[in-house]
Design a protein around this ligand. Structure first.
Ligand code: SF4
Length: 329
């Protein structure tokens, strides 16, 4: 197990008029812990994951694994990404045993018998019958394919697993089983994990820490329980309001009900706080909160609770506090 660290990572596509999909993101996945990364689609979560494994261009900053720049790692096997769509992540012409074997480090297992034994071990690890190693992916259900994708990722003997929306393409009836498997594998193998989802309830189920992303930036991060019970950023509060409660099903809802307004165009991010055109406690409602438009709240976030990128955090607005630049809500 190793620590994964994003150090001021930016991902930019195109030229001067291009798109900055990830903007100076700093985030640490401590060794042996699960960091849940949540946000709406288009917030940059998947791009950040792809940057970690070399599938998206890092235009600034570094991705470090155990303190070493991942660009120097051999094919980045210590860092494995499981994708959202189990139907496209496996080669339909290869048996699931061949797909898993292909992901094994070269020379890690002696001869074909050793590789077959390892395939059987990995299939058992993800609760699939080892006798199905010769099966083609087309004969498996979505949940079974996602289990194979997990086995394939584990074949690379990763220190860190990045799971990108791995349950969202599955039927609700199998999502829980896959999540339980992920949780059990993480604990059993002591993996460090970045678990990405648009569903806060799913993230809550697995994570030691939660990071919230909006329009390419992290706007709040902290211990899961603290972020859930005492969110500092208004966007996190809106996510929580849209998510099912702890007592309802994990899969009752997602962020679709978050707000009536659309996220801003990432090609033209708003000035100051990127959330200000939607924020229910920002200048839309409190016209004196001009600071939200003029000053980037990312500056100074390190000093705030949960590194919240907001000029008027929940702590600032507590009755005893005097908020900067305006009246309390
Ligand atoms: S900085 Fe202003 S607009 Fe942004 S989240 Fe905080 S209160 Fe809302």
């Amino acid at each position: 197990m190793s620590e994964l660290m994003f150090d001021a990572v930016s991902v930019r596509y195109g030229g001067r008029r291009g798109l900055t999909a990830v903007d100076q993101v700093s985030l640490t996945v401590p060794a042996g812990q699960v960091v849940g990364l949540v946000g709406e689609s288009g917030s940059g979560k998947s791009t950040l994951a792809r940057a970690a494994v070399g599938l998206a261009p890092v235009s600034a900053g570094r991705v470090l694994l155990g303190g070493a720049d991942v660009r120097g790692l051999p094919r980045r096997r210590p860092l494995q990404l499981v994708f959202q769509d189990p139907y496209s992540s496996l080669d339909p012409r290869m048996s699931i045993g061949e797909s898993i074997t292909e992901a094994m480090p070269r020379g890690a297992h002696r001869g074909s018998a050793g590789r077959r034994a390892e395939v059987a071990r990995l299939l058992e690890l993800v609760n699939l019958d080892p006798d199905r190693a010769a099966t083609l992916p087309g004969h498996l259900s979505g949940g079974q394919r996602q289990r194979v994708a997990l086995a394939r990722a584990l074949a690379g003997r990763p220190d860190v697993l990045i799971a990108d929306e791995i349950t969202s393409a599955l039927d609700v009836s199998v999502q829980g089983a896959v999540l339980n498997l992920v949780r059990s594998l993480q604990r059993r193998l002591n993996l460090s994990m970045l678990f990405i989802s648009h569903n806060l309830a799913v993230v809550r189920y697995l994570s030691d820490q939660i990071a919230v992303m909006y329009l390419g930036r992290i706007v709040e991060v902290g211990p899961a329980e603290q972020v859930l019970t005492d969110p500092q950023h208004r966007y996190t509060r809106e996510l929580l309001a849209a998510a099912p409660s702890a007592h309802s099903s994990l899969f009752d809802g997602d962020l679709g009900d978050l707000a009536d307004t659309e996220p801003a165009d990432p090609h033209h991010p708003p000035s100051g706080c990127r959330y200000h055109p939607r924020c229910p406690i920002g200048p839309l409602v409190h016209v004196d909160r001009t600071v939200c438009v003029s000053e980037d709240p990312a500056e100074g976030a390190a000093r705030r609770r949960h590194r919240a990128a907001c000029h008027f955090t929940a702590s600032d607005l507590a009755p005893t506090a005097i908020p900067r630049g305006g009246s309390a809500s």
